[in-house]
Design a protein around this ligand. Sequence first.
Ligand code: GLU
Length: 486
Amino acid sequence: MPRPVRVRFAPSPTGLLHVGSAHTALFNWLFARRTGGAFLLRIEDTDVERSRQEWVDAALDVLTWLGLHWDEDIVSQSRRVAFYQQRAEELVRAGKAYYCYCTPEELEARKQEAIQQGRTWQYDRRCAHLSETERQRYEEQGTPRVIRLSVPPGKTRFTDSILGDIEVGNSTIGDFVLVRSDGWPLYHLAVVVDDIAMEISHVIRGMDHVSNTPKHIQLFQAFGYELPEFAHLPNILGPDKKKLSKRHGAVSVSEYRDAGYLPDGIVNFLALLGWSTGDDREFFTRAELMALFSLEQVNKRDTVFDLQKLHWLNGQHINTLSAGELFPLVTPFFIRDGLIDEAGLAAQRARILQVIELLKERCRTLVDFATQGRFFFVDQVDYNPKAVEKHWKDGERVAERMQWLRDRFASASEFSAEHLEAITRDVADAHGLKAAELIHPTRVALTGEMIGPSLFELIVLLGKETTLARLDRACAALGETVRVGK
Ligand code: GLU
């Protein structure tokens, strides 16, 4: 009977959750959801120097935000130290591990000797062969001791679900330390003891752990526990093909959250780092990923973090949401940028929904709504110098044309997009102009920018009063430029 699927995500809380860790979390989560298994969370905080509760809290916050909800209680390794010690002692009693009394100085001296003789150094198993009397003498002297695993000669083999068959000689593993002389468990011991206790069926983690796996297998075997399946996920590289790091820009998930990316956009993007359905398909909803994901389709080749793709995918996900769904996601960014306050949001909800609807197609991030929609909220727009340069060159003439349009808008019988467009085309025809010659300068006057959503629709949303006031201000500004120019 196949084992029930139980996977775990085991972050070390030494910093903000890295996108690489989120990638590992996601692949575990998708695998669990696809197979109906359990997705467990374990905090690997035995490195007390580097671990901090605030990083644990931040990781839980980000996982929750990403929608990667875990099953069962969280396991925290720092609370289980006695358990790891107890399990290591069991191995000693079973003859699978032993106490080692070699001091760091002795070890260093023997290591240097080995290096000088051109040998690679592994612990030389001196304490594996201590007689009972020797051992007792050390104990009586109170010599500090560590616990080492007794790794048998031979080879360690396993079949990684992604990498295929892997084999290493046990001489390269060495009798590694399980428990330090101060009683503190080492990483490998804690991982394997917990994987056993949590009945983990599949260990899915980053490629950087593949070299640890033979050690873990030795420990699983020493405990007499059936091996889990192993799957090591591909490395994530920056565009320069070097391991993704801060040099490449934002690497923590929370930075992407703050930059206005959606959980579904990030999930979709991370899923494509090393996984595909075998065709060119890139857009996937969460439900589709949960239905389609499989470890067999994970590629072992390094994968490149392509920010452009994240940006594009995020825009696609934004586009699937209605203005009503976007409202609670976008408005915190309006507030963050000081465009509006809570009271304003409540009072202007209907208008803001229209603003969101109008901008939606053009926005790739939630922040874009605040930057591209800024002109809807401010009293006075700032004119982008590039837009001025391009569309307000001939100030006098532009002001004259804008004035024609302003007067027609002022007397418009109805303030609808269709009607305003008809008026604009009519003015253009009457003066032998192309409509664009009116539209572009007017956009600069109303938004400060040279690109943006449909001019006539945005005019309707700005309302007649604001539109006329901005056209007046633009005409005045153009007049001034002309005067200064003269
Ligand atoms: N705590 C390790 C890390 O954050 C993961 C260990 C594991 O998955 O076995 O890289």
